[in-house]
Structure formats: C-alpha cells, structure tokens
Design a protein around this ligand. Structure first.
Ligand code: BLA
Length: 315
C-alpha cells in the first residue's frame, strides 16, 4: 500500500532520477488503481502546472475503522481545473478508485469521471467524460464535445457490455461514450480498463487544452449551476456511500463526500437536492438507491451516438 507521502516521495525520486521503491501488498484483489492515478497526474503535468489543493492537508490518508483498509486521497488544482481529486480504497476484499476532475466554472468542459469498484470476483465500472450540460436535448453542446469522440466510445463498447439498468438521472449525467459496465476480475480485463482510462483521459486533456474561458455572465452562471447540480446529485446518490460509511463511520463519510469528493456542493450554490430532483423528494424507495425508476437495460445510444431513449433527442 502506497500512502500519499510515499507517493509524493516516489514522484520526487522519479523526477530526481533516484530509485523508486514500490511497496506491494498482499491483496486478494488483483488490481491496484495507483498506476491509473499516477498516469493521470503525469499526463496532466505534461499539459499544465498542477498545484496542490488546500484540501490535501486534511484529506490525505486514513485507515478504516477495523484497521484493515486504507484510504488514500490526493487533490490538485490547475489553471483550468477547479479540483482534481482521487480516492483509492484498498482492503482485503476490495479495491476502489474514485477519480474525478472538475473544470473551473469558466469552462463548459465535461467532468472527467472514473469510478471503479473491484472485488476478487467482480467489477462495477463507470468511465466517462460526464457532460456538464444536457446532451440529449442540447445538440450544440453534444456536437462541441462528443461528436468526434464517438469512434472512441464504440471501440470500447465492443469490449465492455452495458452494465444494466440505471436511473434516468444517471443517464443524463453520462455521455454517449460512457463505459458503464460490470465484468469479472481478470488481468486482461484490467489491462483493457487501463487502456480505456488512458485513452479517455488523453482525449479529455485535449479538450481542456483547447477550452476557451467563458466571459459571458449568463453562460458562466449556467456553468456554475450545472456543476452544482452535478455535485448535488453525486453527494446525495453516490452508490459508494454505504461502503464509505461502513469503512470510516457516518460522520467522516459525510465530511469526505461534501468537503472532498464533491467539494463545491456547499459553495457553488444554495439549491438543495430536492430543488434539483423533486421527483426524489418523498420517495424513500428511491432515496435509498432502490431500483424504482431505473431503466435502460441496454445501451441507449446508437453507433452514431444518437440517443435512443424517450427523454427526447437531438434528431
Ligand atoms: C454501483 N455505481 C454503481 C452504479 C452506478 C455507479 C451507476 C449502479 C447502481 C446505481 O445506478 O445506483 C456510479 N452513478 C455512478 C456514477 C455516476 C452515477 C459515477 O450517477 C455519475 C454521475 N462506487 C464508487 C465508490 C464506491 C462504489 C467510491 O464510486 C465504494 C466506496 C461502490 N458502486 C459501488 C457499489 C455499487 C455501485 C458497491 C453496487 C451497489 C448498488 O448497486 O447500489
């Protein structure tokens, strides 16, 4: 297990050409997500200067209550990046990566999202460039960022079957190139996941490189509200919440969700979850992440990236 401090030392050693000792451990889960994060940080550093986030001080590493699990957190910011943060959880029974990059609100860029939950047998995976704005009805936004990426999505859709039913909210937060899948654990599958992660991250960084700062006040407000709505959804509905609470307790888990993972949820706006998602307001079945309202048994985009569901469409 490599802690944040070890990780920093390793990176410093790498830069200074020193020796690089990788401590490996004895997990029954045959994947480690550290190399994914290392790749993303190295690749980002080729494009822009990363500054440590003030959150790093408080959120760095932590043991689970039973002492058998470790949580490692990293956070940075950059010229066009409000927050790049990662959480890796390693225990005897699971490996988890939650890696998300939030652009600054002056940009209408997609949010990079990699959420991988792995056990010795199975994996639950979301890898996507989550659109900031509605791509089902807002055709210009979809064209701007996703049109050229459809072939990349198709390449991986072939290997990673659709993971099954989702809520319509999750669908609207996903892009036509989303990798939403479940697969059995194997070195081949992890290699493919790593390849997909690298490809998706590189195309996302290209979009960041080209992005032009928004100066129009009303567009800026739209970006802020869209990012706040996204944060509000994830801080409330993240399916990882139960696992986090079990590992570190309710209070720490809640703090981690609102202050670290979905930082900005208490700062970028004052609307609440039920303001944005009134359909969830009084329905306990839905609140607990139940299956009520879930649909999209199959991938709802065709090979041209056109939406097939009934939520209206561009064409
Ligand atoms: C399951 N995680 C899921 C599912 C989705 C996601 C869609 C399927 C079940 C569902 O729809 O509730 C992920 N959903 C997302 C993402 C977005 C979204 C990324 O709307 C973005 C907009 N997952 C994690 C972390 C853990 C984790 C950090 O990201 C653990 C700490 C676990 N995810 C996890 C588990 C399940 C799951 C255990 C299966 C449990 C379940 O189905 O409720």
């Amino acid at each position: 297990i490599v802690s944040t401090r070890d990780w920093r030392r390793r990176r410093r050693n790498q830069r200074e050409g020193g020796f690089n000792i990788i401590v490996s451990c004895c997990n029954s889960v045959s994947v480690s997500y550290h190399k994914f994060v290392d790749f993303a940080l190295d690749e980002t550093s080729l494009h822009t200067h990363l500054f440590p986030s003030p959150l790093q001080e408080k959120f760095n590493s932590m043991n689970s209550k039973d002492g058998k699990g470790q949580l490692s957190m990293l956070s940075f910011q950059a010229e066009k990046i409000r927050l790049l943060r990662s959480l890796i959880i390693e225990s005897e029974t699971m490996q988890v990566l939650d890696f998300t990059v939030f652009p600054k609100v002056e940009y209408d860029l997609p949010i990079f999202c990699a959420n991988f939950f792995s056990t010795a047998r199975t994996n639950i995976v979301v890898l996507d460039l989550n659109p900031l704005h509605d791509i089902i009805n807002q055709c210009d936004y979809k064209e701007k960022y996703f049109k050229s990426l459809i072939p990349l999505g198709l390449k991986y859709a072939e290997h990673f079957p659709w993971g099954g039913k989702l809520t319509s909210e999750s669908i609207t937060f996903f892009s036509p190139i989303v990798i939403w899948t479940k697969f059995t654990s194997s070195p081949q599958n992890y290699d493919l996941l790593y390849a997909a992660f690298r490809d998706y991250y590189k195309v996302w960084l290209d979009l960041v490189g080209k992005a032009v700062k928004e100066t129009d006040e009303s567009q800026l407000l739209r970006n802020i509200q869209a990012q706040h709505r996204y944060l509000t959804w994830r801080a409330e509905k993240d399916p990882g919440q139960g696992v986090l609470k079990k590992l570190i307790g309710d209070t720490l888990a809640k703090d981690m969700l609102r202050s670290f993972l979905f930082n900005g949820v208490d700062e970028l706006g004052s609307k609440t979850f039920s303001d944005y998602f009134p359909q969830y307001c009084c329905d306990e079945g839905n609140k607990k992440g139940g299956a009520i309202g879930k649909s999209f048994e199959n991938r709802p985009w065709d090979a041209k990236g056109e939406f097939l569901g009934s939520l209206a469409s561009c064409y």
